[in-house]
Every structure is written in C-alpha cells, then in structure tokens.
Design a protein around this ligand. Structure first.
Ligand SMILES: N[C@@H](CCC(=O)N[C@@H](CS)C(=O)NCC(=O)O)C(=O)O
Length: 217
C-alpha cells in the first residue's frame, strides 16, 4: 500500500499537493501525519528517508520526496488518471506552470502562509508578493482561457498543475476574499474548492489542534 507522509494539514502546503494528486487519481493510499516542529518530528520524518521534510511517498522499496517529484511518480503510477495533459505541447506548458510554482513565488508564500483556519480578508501585501500574486492570476487566466472548452481547471481537466496551485487557492481563500473583482480567479477557486478531496482536506485541517506560532502571525 502506498504511504504518504504529510505534515499538519492546516499548514503544510507542500503536503497538500501530492495528497491531492493521489486523491484525484483515485489511488488507495495511507497517510502518516507528522505534526511539524514538535520534539522528535524531524527524526520521524528522516526515518522515512529523503531530505527530512514532508511530503515523502513510500511505495514498497521506493521512496520519493519533493512534492513535484511525488506528483510525477503518481502520474506515472496511475496513467489512467490523466494527471498530465495528453498533448505534448500542452503537457510542456502545464509542466512549466507547475514548476514555476514549485521553484518560485517565495514572497507570496512568505506573506500569505497557508493557514486554513485563518480567515483574514484584505491582507496588505508588499511589492514582491503583489507582483507574485499578479503573475499567478495571469497564469491562471491565460491557462484557463486556452483550455476552457475542456473543463474549469488550468488545463481543462484537473492536472498536476492544479495540485501545485491548490495551496494558493487556500491562501487566497484566507486572505483575499476581495477577489470578487477577478471573476476568473473566483471561478477557478470555486472549481477547486468544490472538489471533494479539497473539502476533505479542509475539514481534516480544521479538526487539527496544533498551533505553529510562526505561521499564525
Ligand atoms: N521543496 C519541498 C519543500 C518541503 C517543505 O518545505 N516541507 C515543510 C512543510 S510544508 C517541512 O517539512 N518543514 C519541516 C522542516 O523543515 O523541518 C517540497 O516540494 O516537497
């Protein structure tokens, strides 16, 4: 049985991405949740191999770490789920969009940490985070416009690109309800938030009790 090691659902944005890919693939998998930044957390994570960070995927003798690498593994393990677009040119574009998220948007992630239980409308962002947000919204708008006929997600059908941006959807849900002025972003967020696995993740996050001060500021 596949086993995904994750952190706190309320805070661990990197954990959400491969969890959502697995859930959307319809995979049977177990979750091992390790509450982060507690005595022994790091040792427990390191016992699974990898870099000492979550998420980590265990599949028999195979260990995969790094959220995007895990998503790639899931896409290959469950090809029938179609987690990448079939067309090579569209797939390349989706990979570029997913990789831009994996390696970028540091200011946005710093100033809008994922914290599902927090609803704080109208957070004021600095210049870099504002630029990051504008870039994300432009990426969403263009991708969805190009593939609208195939569905409401970034490349029509749900793909790993959506899994990679799922935490941004939750960040905007927390801090930017004023997105009403951006109907495209609002529609995309609504499609993502309506997914049963997203609802499940949010409900499980809200049931958690740990508080991590650095992310609650
Ligand atoms: N680049 C990594 C980032 C993983 C990461 O930073 N995970 C955080 C939780 S969201 C973590 O494990 N923090 C605990 C620590 O650094 O000790 C990925 O994509 O998986």
């Amino acid at each position: 049985m596949l086993r995904l090691v994750i952190g706190n659902r309320n805070y661990s944005s990197w954990s959400l991405r491969p969890w959502l890919a697995l859930a959307m693939a319809g995979a049977a998998f177990e979750v091992e949740r390790i509450a982060l930044y507690e005595p022994g957390s790091r040792e427990r994570i390191l016992a699974h191999g990898g870099s000492g960070k979550v998420p980590v995927l265990r599949d028999g003798s195979v260990t995969v770490w790094e959220s995007l690498a895990i998503c790639e593994y899931v896409a290959e393990r469950f090809p029938q789920a179609g987690l990448w677009p079939l067309d090579p040119a569209v797939r390349a574009h989706a990979r570029a969009v997913a990789t831009e998220m994996h390696g970028g948007f540091a200011a946005l992630r710093r100033e809008m940490p994922m914290n599902i239980r927090r609803i704080e409308p109208g957070r004021v962002l600095g210049d870099e985070a504002t630029a990051d947000l504008a870039r994300v919204l432009a990426l969403w708008r263009q991708s969805r416009a190009d593939h609208a006929a195939a569905g409401p997600f970034l490349f029509g059908r749900f793909s790993i690109a959506d899994a990679m941006y799922a935490p941004v959807v939750l960040r905007l849900r927390s801090y930017c309800p004023a997105l009403a002025e951006d109907p495209d972003a609002r529609d995309y967020m609504a499609a993502m938030l309506a997914l049963a696995p997203m609802q499940q993740w949010i409900a499980d996050a809200l049931a958690e009790t740990e508080r991590i001060a650095a992310f609650d500021a």
